[in-house]
Design a protein around this ligand. Structure first.
Ligand code: PHE
Length: 559
């Protein structure tokens, strides 16, 4: 490596301890996706067959990407970079890749805009559980939800085209302040402490709720365990036979595969830049092979075992299969509308009477509290890439960076709060499609441009385990092929109508209102990307990339 006099603008931060790092990474991955998104996705997109596709994607795409992102991140960090533009530039001589790296800042920032809004609902609901408001509303939890969001015509804008309520706004602002305060305290004194306190609390709440659900007495002849059959009756044929899939689940095979893959990306936090950024704060000698795997295992435990054994079995017990299907059909219905009704029915002790209002208070606090903790450890991870960029590439102090992050989120969240449809649109582009796109770029860069043997060596440097060598082959050929196939399928079957605003990403035709929401959302996303791409250019002028650009042989030959 040639020497360079470029020094990163600031003393870079580090994780305080290995345990702290593990919990922070677990907190990054374990989020609303595990408890809220997973059950809906599995039930609506092929159930048992979804689970088969899910585990296949976990091994062929999820775990490989996790290792790659840890590798890219730690390598970037060893040259002083905690930003994807810098990390990418340390992998190749091609100067334009840093602009692709800007996606690794913009995408998590876009996700956090709506993520933190939903996170704030969980806080608002936890508060309503405690004050007893939620218990009063169990007769009509849909109306309660609409009132909370201001979608009942009585919001601060006074109609139901443009929505938004003071209550939702208040809890949003509280949530934002907490997030920004933690971020401004930095890595080891902020994020790490939240993870060290939060993750055990999250596990305890979830385990308590799961234990309660599994020990419930039968209700109208149904048991909670029977509810598990929804996930655990796989059929292979449906994964390849279109008509069989439609007959069984009302969804085609490709839809099942794509939903399963999408869930793997989202739940593991891969394909966004969030994992890379956390990993960049490791030292070169820290293990990533085993720790990366530990992150995956923790996440899968929280998702499949805890997340999967909570809402759906409980909903099945009290409301039967039809109830489950209905509850999981909207994105938020299960967590915010169905669960409060379930809590009303759950006895507080073992056996005995339904808990009624106290049940809603106690279980509601456990459930929404658990969601809030899961949410905040992920929203911190989603914000950190922008923090790192503003500090590292723009030379801002941590405080100033936190203020800028807060300002951007506040500006961008406006449309998400007041215009129904904007949230879904951003979730689709940044939280679904974007993850596949960014992963594809990463795999090509790391496995093909940087070369397989060097990538493999990078992942094993300082490793506490040796990864079975079959994974080297999977990472080099299988993962990129699958990713490119997904993009190809998207390009040939879905891209045109979506890009030309014919139908929304779910395949439904846009109406007047959702089309304007889509215009606004896409304009917002594009503007943010352009903004950060320009900043990458500015940082480049100031010499931020100099060190990466003067590496002797970033690509080199396979060693
Ligand atoms: N993995 C988080 C969840 O399951 C969401 C997330 C996505 C966080 C991408 C960081 C990056 O909720």
């Amino acid at each position: 490596m040639s020497t360079s006099d470029y020094a990163p603008p600031q003393e870079r931060e580090r994780w305080g301890s290995r345990l702290g790092l593990i919990l922070a990474m677990a907190g990054n991955a374990v989020g609303l996706g595990n408890f809220l998104r997973f059950p809906n996705q599995a039930v609506q997109n092929g159930q048992g067959s979804f689970m088969l596709a899910y585990f296949i994607c976990l091994f062929l795409v999820g775990i490989p990407l996790m290792w790659m992102e840890w590798g890219i991140g730690r390598r970037g960090g060893s040259y002083g970079y905690s930003t994807c533009p810098g990390m990418f530039q340390s992998l190749t001589r091609a100067k334009w890749v840093k602009y692709l790296g800007a996606l690794g800042v913009v995408m998590p920032l876009l996700i956090v805009v709506y993520y933190v809004y939903i996170e704030s609902w969980t806080l608002g609901y936890a508060a309503s559980a405690v004050t007893g408001e939620l218990a009063e509303a169990t007769g009509n939890t849909s109306a309660f939800f609409n009132t909370y969001l201001g979608a009942d015509g009585n919001g601060f804008l006074g109609n139901d085209t443009w929505i938004g309520s003071n209550k939702a706004l208040t809890f949003f602002l509280i949530t934002m302040v907490v997030n920004l305060w933690v971020l401004s305290r930095g890595l080891s004194k902020g994020i790490e402490i939240v993870a060290k306190v939060g993750m055990p609390v999250l596990l305890l709440c979830a385990i308590a709720l799961v234990a309660r659900v599994l020990t419930l007495d039968n209700y109208e002849g149904r048991s909670a365990l029977d509810g598990l059959a929804i996930y655990w009756n796989p059929e292979w044929r449906a994964l390849f036979d279109e008509s069989r899939a439609i007959e069984l689940y009302g969804k085609g095979s490709a839809a099942i595969w794509l939903a399963a893959a999408g869930q793997i990306f989202f739940t593991l936090s891969v394909g966004s830049g969030a994992i890379n950024t956390y990993s960049s704060y490791l030292t070169r000698e820290d293990d990533i092979a085993l720790t990366g795997l530990a992150t995956v295992s923790t996440n899968e435990f929280c998702e499949v075992v805890l997340g999967g054994t909570l809402a759906i079995p409980a909903a099945f017990l009290f409301f039967g299969l039809d109830g489950v299907m209905e509850a999981s059909s909207g994105n938020m219905g299960l967590a915010f509308k169905t669960m409060p009704r379930i809590f009303e029915n759950m006895p507080l002790g073992f056996g005995g009477e339904a808990g009624g209002a106290s049940g809603v208070a106690v279980y509601g606090l456990l459930w929404f509290g658990l969601l809030f903790v899961a949410g905040i450890t992920s929203s911190l991870a989603l914000s950190q890439p922008t923090m790192a960029f503003l500090e590292g590439a723009m030379g801002m102090t941590r405080r100033k960076a936190a203020l800028v992050v807060g300002t951007i989120i506040l500006i961008c969240v406006g449309p998400v709060i007041v215009l129904p449809g904007v949230l879904d649109e951003i979730d689709y582009w940044a939280g679904t499609f974007g993850l596949v796109l960014f992963s594809t770029i990463e795999v090509i860069l790391f496995m093909w441009v940087f070369r397989p043997s060097r990538a493999w060596g990078e992942i094993h440097h300082g490793a506490d385990i040796r990864i079975p060598v079959v994974f080297k082959w999977i990472m080099t050929y299988v993962t990129p092929t699958l990713l490119l196939w997904m993009l190809y399928r998207w390009g040939t079957t879905q891209a045109l109508p979506i890009l030309t605003f014919q139908n929304d990403p779910n395949g439904n035709a846009y109406d007047e209102a959702t089309r304007s929401a889509a215009y606004l959302a896409r304009a917002e996303m594009l503007a943010l990307f352009v903004f950060f791409a320009v900043l990458v250019g500015v940082a480049s002028k100031r010499g931020y990339f100099k060190r990466a650009e003067t590496l002797d042989s970033p690509e080199g030959s396979a060693t």
